[in-house]
Design a protein around this ligand. Sequence first.
Ligand code: ZN
Ligand code: ZN
Length: 164
Amino acid sequence: MEQRGTLRTRLRIRLFLNRHGVAARAECAINRRSYVMMRAGGCLCGGVRFETKGKLNPPIACHCSQCARTSGNFAVMSSCHSEDLTLTSAETLAWFQSSENVQRGFCQRCGGNIFWKMQSGSETYVAAGTLDQPTGLKLAGHIFVGSKSDFYELTDDLPQKQEW
Ligand SMILES: [Zn+2]
Ligand SMILES: [Zn+2]
């Protein structure tokens, strides 16, 4: 059943519902600012699709050698509480144990680098490039800059950390 549409509230905030009837975006009718409340994303072939509700933290660019080898470049990852992440398709999702306590989720059909999580942690990192647009997110900084490859330079003014 299609429930796509809008709702008006007393706060003059308009909620935009997605095709599942979930409030995906809110827009303030006064200043026209838009707030993303739910996001969806997936890999290139669509074998892995996911949704996140609640807060997605500002993405961080990781320049470590493991992210380079799985992504082909630095990886930009945004984290959320693992319970706020729902897999809507996990048909081709596979996990690779890249460190003792770390697993990386990828698509075994198209090769997309999608998730990163510590087995002991309560958060999952999502590759920001796999999110459907608009993401409403802004890059917050760089980590593991000491491991970055030599073929590019960091030219923005965002905070840099040698490790995490
Ligand atoms: Zn795929
Ligand atoms: Zn990394």
